[in-house]
Design a protein around this ligand. Structure first.
Ligand SMILES: *Cc1c(COP(=O)(O)O)cnc(C)c1O
Length: 385
C-alpha cells in the first residue's frame, strides 16, 4: 500500500488527509462478490461507513445494493447508481419526510423499528396511494461481544421491535392495508469478531420464523444486517474480512423458508481497510512518564479512539529504526483527543509522516470542525499515479 513512490508523493500534500487505496477496495469487493454469489446472498453496502463518491461508484459498479439510515443517504445512493430495488432503509427515528421519500422512490424495503412507526408508514403510504414494502427490525436480545456503544441488539438498546411486542403484533398484521410485510430484519451491532454471536443470532431467528410460520405468515425476505468485524491489529496480514466463515455459518445454521431471499448489510468490512489517515508529527514532547508524539490529526478526523476506545494500528512512514513507545495525540483541546496509546514506533521526529491504518470506515463520515479546524480532504490512489 505504501511504496516509496507513494510516500514520496505524500510529502508534497498538506496534512492531514484521508488516503484511499481503490485497488484495496476492488480486491475486497471482488472477493465479496464471488463468495456472496456462491451462497446466493444479497449484499447491501451500509453507506454510513463511508459515502465518498469514488467509493460509492466502485461499490455500485459491482452490483451491490445499499443500506441507508437517512433520507439523504437514500438520495446519495440513488445518485450513485444503486437502484431503488436494492435500497433498504433502517433507523429508529425516521421523519415523515424521509419515510415519504422512501415510499415515493419505491425502494426495496423500509426496515421498521417500532409499532408506532408501522402505523405512520401505513398512513403515509395511504397518502401516496401505495403499498410500502416493509420488514420488521427485531431486537433479538443478544449479546454481541463488542464495545457497548456499538451493541444494538440487546433488549435495553433503542433499536428494533422487542420480542414481546412482536408476539402481540402477529395478530394485527392484516390491519395494515398499505403495508406489504415482506420480511424480518435484524442488526445486532458492529465490529463483531466472535462469529459465535452470529450463530446465536441465526438460532434465535429460526425460532422467530417458526413462530410466524405457525400463524401462517411466510416472509419472502430475511435481512441479517451487518456488523462483521475486521482485524484492526493486523490489517496488512488480514486485509480481507472473514467473509467465507461468516456466510458459511449462516448457511449451516439458518433454516430459511423455501425461496426466501437472504440479505446482509455490510459497512466496515467492505471499506475500513482501503483507508488510512495520513498525518505529520508536529512535536515530540516528553511527558512525565510517556513521550507524546503530537500530530496534526486528532479526534476531529478520527473520533473512534475517543468514542469507543478503539484501536488503530499506527505506522511511521518516514523514520525507521529501533522502536520507542509513544502516546500519539492530536492538537484538539480535549484529553480524550488521542489516536493511540503506548504505540511502538521507530524513533519519531518532527515532520515525520504517520499513517493511521484501517480508517476507511467511520472516520471521514464522523469528522467534525471542532476548534474550527478545517475538514481534511480525501486523496485517492488513482490521483497519485
Ligand atoms: C451501521 C449499520 C450497518 C453496518 O454495520 P457495519 O458494522 O459497518 O457492518 C448495517 N445495518 C444497519 C441497520 C446499520 O445501522
Amino acid at each position: 500500500m505504501f511504496t516509496p513512490e507513494i510516500i514520496n508523493k505524500f510529502s508534497s500534500i498538506n496534512t492531514p488527509f484521508y488516503y484511499y487505496d481503490l485497488a484495496v477496495l476492488e480486491e475486497n469487493l471482488s472477493v465479496l462478490q464471488k463468495i456472496s454469489r456462491q451462497f446466493g446472498y444479497h449484499i447491501h453496502y451500509a453507506l454510513k461507513a463511508n459515502a465518498n463518491p469514488p467509493i460509492l461508484e466502485l461499490i455500485s459498479k459491482y452490483g451491490f445494493g445499499a443500506d441507508c439510515v437517512s433520507g439523504n443517504e437514500i438520495k446519495r445512493a440513488l445518485e450513485f447508481n444503486f437502484t431503488a430495488d436494492k435500497i433498504v432503509f433502517a433507523g429508529v427515528g425516521k421523519t415523515d419526510r424521509e419515510i415519504s421519500f422512501a415510499i415515493k422512490n419505491n425502494i426495496q424495503c423500509i426496515n421498521c423499528e417500532s409499532i408506532v412507526e408501522l402505523d405512520v408508514i401505513n398512513e403515509l403510504a395511504r397518502k401516496e396511494e401505495r403499498r410500502a414494502r416493509v420488514a420488521l427490525r427485531i431486537n433479538p436480545d443478544l449479546e454481541a461481544n463488542t464495545h457497548h456503544y456499538i451493541t444494538t441488539g440487546k433488549k435495553d438498546n433503542k433499536f428494533g421491535i422487542n420480542l414481546k411486542e412482536l408476539d402481540d403484533l402477529g395478530n394485527r398484521l392484516s390491519d395494515y392495508s398499505n403495508i406489504q410485510l415482506i420480511g424480518l430484519h435484524t442488526h445486532i451491532g458492529s465490529q463483531i469478531r466472535d462469529l459465535e454471536v452470529f450463530k446465536h443470532l441465526a438460532l434465535r431467528l429460526n425460532e422467530i420464523l417458526d413462530g410466524f410460520k405457525r400463524r401462517g405468515i411466510i416472509f419472502s425476505d430475511l435481512n441479517l444486517g451487518g456488523g462483521l468485524g475486521i482485524d484492526y491489529e493486523n490489517p496488512e496480514k488480514n486485509a480481507i474480512p472473514e467473509y467465507q466463515n461468516y456466510f458459511k455459518l449462516f448457511h449451516d445454521t439458518l433454516k430459511p423458508f423455501p425461496n426466501q431471499q437472504i440479505h446482509f448489510e455490510l459497512g466496515r468490512a467492505i471499506v475500513a481497510s482501503c483507508g488510512s489517515l495520513i498525518s505529520r508529527v508536529l512535536f515530540v514532547k516528553k511527558g512525565f512518564e510517556t513521550e507524546f508524539a503530537i500530530i496534526d490529526a486528532g479526534m476531529t478526523e478520527l473520533i473512534r479512539p475517543a468514542l469507543y476506545q478503539a484501536y488503530h494500528k499506527i505506522i511511521n512512514l518516514t523514520s525507521h529504526g529501533p522502536s520507542c513507545k509513544y502516546d500519539v495525540v492530536g492538537p484538539v483541546c480535549e484529553s480524550s483527543d488521542f489516536l493511540g496509546k503506548n504505540v511502538m514506533l521507530p524513533e519519531t521526529h518532527r515532520h515525520d509522516l504517520l499513517a493511521i491504518l484501517s480508517t476507511g470506515a467511520y472516520a471521514e463520515v464522523m469528522a467534525s470542525r471542532y476548534n474550527l479546524r478545517d475538514l481534511a480532504p480525501a486523496v485517492y490512489s488513482r490521483e497519485l499515479k
